[in-house]
Design a protein around this ligand. Structure first.
Ligand code: SF4
Length: 721
């Protein structure tokens, strides 16, 4: 018997093989690295994932999403060749034909309606090289002004606020390791415990070292439970809260006068403003107590070191820009910046939310955070690209406005790469109707997403295991992503698709790259001397742990901590925000008495196109829900775990109820990872921030009602008859 077992073991060993592939999780901005081990045992494949212990950011950790990330890459539903829609049916076509068709359609539309009749829509998960190339393709390949990307919905408030206050937008001003020594930490609108779980040990260390942690969130989450003080603020009033805290810092003399006078501008105007309101008024506006504001301000004010982090909870508002600026006022007033364990961080949600916003996917931007409206910047980039400056288009419009431009039929065709706006945009029903008006929609994706389903043509692209490139993580560290898995035969990388399409459009000479590193080297040149200067960062250097930008030359070690000596402004001083007008577009009304806020779940990423294709993740979380307080549930006759309709003036959605005390009585919460009739963005608010054009996802006035079970309805009908 044992001989037989031995025989089979040996046979199995002979027929087994394994491939070890290095990779980097494609989901959040921690960009944790890993090894994927693909074992072939006789006819079967088995996958194991091992975190990379040498990763300086994740320190050898992976969360549940990272552990399962490969499942979408190996999913059988991936698009494996170009698909063209004929009479509603997908037909397999060759790459040559696909590219020829796109070139023909785009060229004839541009001839008839002008260059700007084509739009380009990118994504925050593209590599730096692909984000850069997509921006160049729009400006040089198509010469259209209409390009923007889904990162607009993620980082625009924090980015614009940092630029205005500090003169530079790098997500974190310090390395993550400094968090351990911060004595007070404010987490404003961020649920890191679920959204970026591998970051949590940095905060746990801080807590162990005696830090006081303050979480600001209308709902209880794993993060707020970890905090020492949870301020359950009313959605849309975060700016008020920050102003209230500043008043306490001023009144109780916690401000750093030397820092203010030597390194900032316009504090006098801030002083005038804080005189105009009382803490109790602010507390009332925020739906909290004065004591909470006092406690938070005192803890932050008296702490020797401190850090403030913001995320979408306070940023995705029609006043997101000014809200972040008010939080940055706290940083400046106390001088808690530019030194060890003192600083600010915007916790980026998207995998390459940082790099994706630096090199030209934004409507008003050229690579290196240069401005498309600045004459010197235009000339510099035109020279790098080998075109005349006058040929470069001017600035376009933000992501949601791009959809509005499509709705007005000014944009006739759209080239969309790495995004799913039908699910991710606010007012999703309108967005779907707008896209239906397009003459031609091309979607580059791995799957037939909700948006790809509407396309005329789908081009298949590679996954994170197959696509080499660099990413910039939430610290501002540029890291290298290996690509050791072979892509399916007819699937191409995003950068290859862009280059081949440019060739079909007769622009081949501007897109002659043999490998992805060639694109990075051009990006380095294009960013040289810009705000986001990558010139000193080379592939050799990023393959060894990563480099923090700005890094102006190859001998520069990279900037680990920003603002030690001066800010990135013309006079080196940081700018206090002096506006205190409180924009809030939507309020609870008689018809729509509740405020809906949205967010993420630990198991899913963005619109779920990838994570909903992972068996393990979908087993843990397979449908959306709405959190509702027991008192509110009682008032609206809603039982736990039953179907409810959420309705705003824009549309409605039916999801399951989750009755819980963790949410405020006047607020509902729902996750945004599902599409079609489960898409919560069918009801969300598209009001845009006047500065950064961020939509107000986090404040939508809605009503809620129970949906009667079908059986009950049938019984009622029977009675009537
Ligand atoms: Fe790391 Fe974020 Fe991926 Fe989780 S989702 S493994 S925290 S990169």
């Amino acid at each position: 018997m044992s001989d037989l077992i031995q025989y089979f073991r040996e046979k199995q060993l002979k027929q087994s093989s394994e491939q070890i592939m290095k990779g980097r999780c494609p989901y959040c901005s921690m960009q944790c690295s890993m090894e994927l081990i693909e074992e072939h045992i006789i006819q079967r494949k088995r996958f194991k994932v091992k975190p990379n212990k040498q990763d300086p950011t994740s320190e050898g950790r992976l969360c549940i999403k990272g552990l399962q990330a490969h499942q979408h890459a190996i999913n059988g539903a991936r698009v494996k060749y170009p698909l063209y829609k004929i009479d509603g049916e997908w037909v397999r076509i060759s790459w040559d034909l696909a590219l020829e068709m796109i070139a023909e359609q785009f060229s004839s539309l541009q001839q008839e309606y002008g260059k700007d009749s084509i739009g380009v829509y990118g994504g925050g998960s593209l590599t730096n090289e692909e984000a850069y190339l997509l921006g160049k393709f729009a400006r040089v390949g198509l010469q259209t002004k209409y390009i923007d990307y889904n990162g607009r919905f993620c980082m625009s408030a924090a980015a614009s606020a940092s630029n205005a206050t500090f003169g530079i937008d790098r997500g974190m001003t310090n390395q993550l390791t400094e968090i351990a020594d911060a004595k007070c930490i404010i987490l404003a609108g961020t649920n890191i415990a679920e959204c970026q779980p591998t970051i949590m040990p940095y905060f746990r260390k801080a807590k162990k070292n005696g830090a006081f942690i303050i979480a600001i969130d209308p709902r209880e989450t794993a993060t707020t439970k970890f905090a020492d003080l949870h301020i359950k603020v009313k959605p849309g009033t975060d700016a008020n809260l920050a102003m209230g805290m500043l008043k306490v810092l001023v009144d109780e003399k916690y401000c750093d006068e030397t820092f203010i006078s030597e390194r900032t501008r316009d504090f006098e105007q801030v002083l005038e403003q804080v005189d105009q309101f009382s803490v109790s008024t602010i507390a009332k506006q925020c739906g909290i107590t004065s004591e909470e504001i006092l406690e938070a301000a005192r803890q932050y004010g008296q702490a020797e070191t401190g850090m403030i982090f913001t995320a979408r909870g306070v940023e995705q508002h029609a006043n997101g820009y000014q809200t972040v600026r008010h939080f940055l006022n706290l940083v400046l007033a106390t001088g808690k910046i530019g030194k060890h364990a003192c600083g600010y961080g915007a916790i980026t949600g998207q995998g390459n939310g940082q790099g994706g916003r630096e090199h030209g996917q934004k409507a008003d931007q050229l690579p290196g955070y240069r401005s498309i409206e600045n004459e010197l910047d235009r000339k510099y980039i035109a020279a790098i690209w080998g075109v005349d400056e006058s040929e470069l288009p001017r600035k376009g419009v933000s992501a949601y406005e791009l959809i509005e431009t499509i709705d007005r039929q000014e944009i006739k065709a759209l080239f969309l790469m790495g995004s799913n706006p039908v699910v991710s945009s606010p007012n999703a029903i309108f967005v779907e109707k707008a896209l239906e008006k397009l003459d031609f929609l091309v979607v580059v994706d791995m799957f037939i997403s909700e948006t790809a389903r509407m396309a005329d043509l789908i081009l298949p692209t590679t996954s994170y295991l197959e696509d080499e490139g660099t990413m910039t993580n939430l610290e501002g560290r540029v890291v290298y992503r290996h690509a050791e898995r072979k892509a399916p035969k007819e699937v191409k990388h995003d950068w290859q698709i862009i280059c081949e399409l440019a060739k079909s459009l007769g622009k081949e000479q501007y897109f002659t790259y043999e490998k992805v590193e060639d694109i990075f080297n051009e990006l380095r040149q294009a960013s040289k001397g810009g705000t986001a200067d990558y010139f000193g960062i080379t592939y050799d250097r990023v393959k060894n742990g990563g480099v923090f930008w700005p890094c102006p030359d190859p001998s520069h070690q990279g900037t680990l901590r920003l603002f030690e000596k001066s800010f990135h402004t013309t006079d080196g001083r940081a700018q206090f925000h002096t506006g205190h007008e409180l924009i809030r577009s939507e309020k609870a009304t008689k018809k729509y008495p509740l405020i809906l806020t949205t967010g993420r779940l630990m198991e899913h990423y963005l619109t779920g196109v990838q994570t909903r294709r992972s068996q393990e993740l979908i087993e843990r979380s397979n449908e959306p829900f709405v959190e509702i307080h027991p008192q509110t549930a009682l008032e609206y006759n809603i039982e736990n775990d039953t179907l409810v309709r959420i309705e705003s003036k824009r549309g409605s959605v039916i999801v399951k109820s989750k009755v819980t005390e963790s949410i405020r009585e006047d607020t509902l919460f729902a996750p945004f990872h599902w599409g079609d009739f489960q898409c919560i963005n069918r009801v969300t608010n598209p009001a845009l921030d006047p500065v950064c054009r961020m939509p107000e996802f986090k404040v939508s006035s809605v009503k809620i009602s129970p949906v009667q079970p079908i059986k009950e309805k049938v019984a009622q009908v029977t009675v009537v008859i």
